[in-house]
Design a binder for this molecule. Structure first.
Ligand SMILES: [Zn+2]
Length: 297
C-alpha cells in the first residue's frame, strides 16, 4: 500500500503563473495538470504525488511562502495482491463519473421503517431513475454511480455477476428520467445488497461522525485529508456475504418526510475480492477498491 496525495491550488496568484513553481519542484505533466481556462477567477492546478515524494513537501513549502492555500486529498492505493487477499473491499466510485439519480429523480422508497429525522433505512421499492440529461456520462463505460453511491453496471457485466454465484447480490432496472414523465429503460442494472453488517469498529479512521442523528446511523462522512481506513471486528463479519452494506449511512441528509425532495444518506458497499475479480476482468476502472482491516476486539 502507498498513500497518494492530490493537491489543488489556485495558480493565478503566483508570480510567473503556476509553471514556475511546478518546474522548480520538478512536477511535470505526469504529476501536474493546469486547467485550460480559469474557473470562477481561479486557475485550478492539480498535483498528484506519493505521500513520501520529496517534491510534495517542497511544493507545499513554496505555496506557503507565496501565501497560497491549497486543498489536500489523501487516498491509499493498493497492489492487486493486496486486494486479492483482503477480507472485504470498500467500493469507492470515482467522483468525476457520477450520474445524478435517486429520490429527486422519481425513484420510489418506503420510509415506514426509516428514521423520521434523516431518512436512514429508507428502502428503495422501484427501479433506479437517473437524470436523462446526463446519459452521455455512461457512454463507453461499464460501471458508474450516483452521488448517493447507487452502483450501476451495464447489463452484460450484470449478467456475469449474476451467473458467478456471488452471494447477497440482486439487481434492479435502471431508467433515464426526462421531462414530462418520459422514462427510458437503459441497458444497465443497479446492484442491490440484502445484507447490512453491524456497525464498524471505532478504530476506523478517515471518516468523521460530525452530526449524529438520534437514530445513530447517519451523520457520517468521509474526509479528504485522511485516507479512508475501515476497521471491523472479526465477530461482526461472521455472517457476511459477498456483497454487504455498512450499517452507517454517509453523506449529509435532508429529509422532511417528502421523499421526492429528500437528500437521503446512504450506506457504502463492502464486497469480497470475488466481486473485485469480476470487475477487474471486465476492465472496469470507474471504482477504486479499499481493503478493510479486521481486528479481534
Ligand atoms: Zn436518523
Amino acid at each position: 500500500m502507498r498513500t497518494e496525495v492530490r493537491i489543488r491550488f489556485d495558480g493565478s496568484e503566483l508570480p510567473g503563473g503556476p509553471h514556475t513553481i511546478l518546474e522548480s519542484t520538478g512536477c511535470g505533466p505526469d504529476t501536474a495538470s493546469i486547467a485550460e481556462e480559469p474557473v470562477l477567477q481561479q486557475l485550478p492546478v492539480w498535483v498528484t504525488l506519493d505521500a513520501t515524494d520529496a517534491r510534495l513537501h517542497k511544493l507545499m513549502g513554496l505555496l506557503q511562502t507565496h501565501g497560497i492555500e491549497w486543498l489536500e486529498f489523501r487516498k491509499d492505493r493498493f497492489t492487486g495482491a493486496e486486494l486479492e487477499t483482503a477480507p472485504l473491499l470498500l467500493i469507492d466510485p470515482i467522483p468525476q463519473l457520477r450520474v445524478f439519480g435517486g429520490p429527486r429523480m422519481g425513484t420510489k422508497y418506503d420510509v415506514t421503517g426509516a428514521c423520521k429525522v434523516c431518512g436512514a433505512g429508507a428502502r428503495q421499492t422501484s427501479a433506479l431513475l437517473i437524470d436523462g440529461e446526463e446519459l452521455s456520462a455512461l457512454e463507453g463505460r461499464r460501471a458508474a454511480s450516483t452521488p448517493y453511491r447507487d452502483l450501476i453496471v451495464e447489463e452484460r457485466l450484470a449478467g456475469q455477476l449474476a451467473s458467478s454465484g456471488i452471494t447477497g447480490l440482486s439487481f434492479r432496472g435502471v431508467f433515464a428520467a426526462f421531462e414530462n414523465q418520459v422514462r427510458l429503460q437503459l441497458p444497465w442494472r443497479q446492484l442491490c445488497a440484502a445484507k447490512t453488517l453491524p456497525p464498524m469498529s471505532p478504530r476506523s479512521t478517515g471518516i468523521i461522525r460530525h452530526k449524529h442523528c438520534v437514530c445513530g446511523r447517519s451523520g457520517v462522512t468521509g474526509t479528504a485529508e485522511q485516507p479512508t481506513r475501515l476497521v471491523y471486528r472479526a465477530v461482526d463479519l461472521a455472517d457476511m456475504q459477498d456483497v454487504n452494506l455498512t450499517w452507517e449511512w454517509f453523506g449529509e441528509p435532508r429529509f422532511n418526510g417528502d421523499v421526492s425532495d429528500a437528500l437521503f444518506p446512504y450506506p457504502w458497499f463492502l464486497v469480497t475480492p470475488k466481486v473485485w475479480r469480476i470487475f477487474q476482468g471486465a476492465g472496469v476502472t470507474e471504482f477504486d477498491w479499499i481493503p478493510i482491516r479486521v481486528v479481534d476486539e
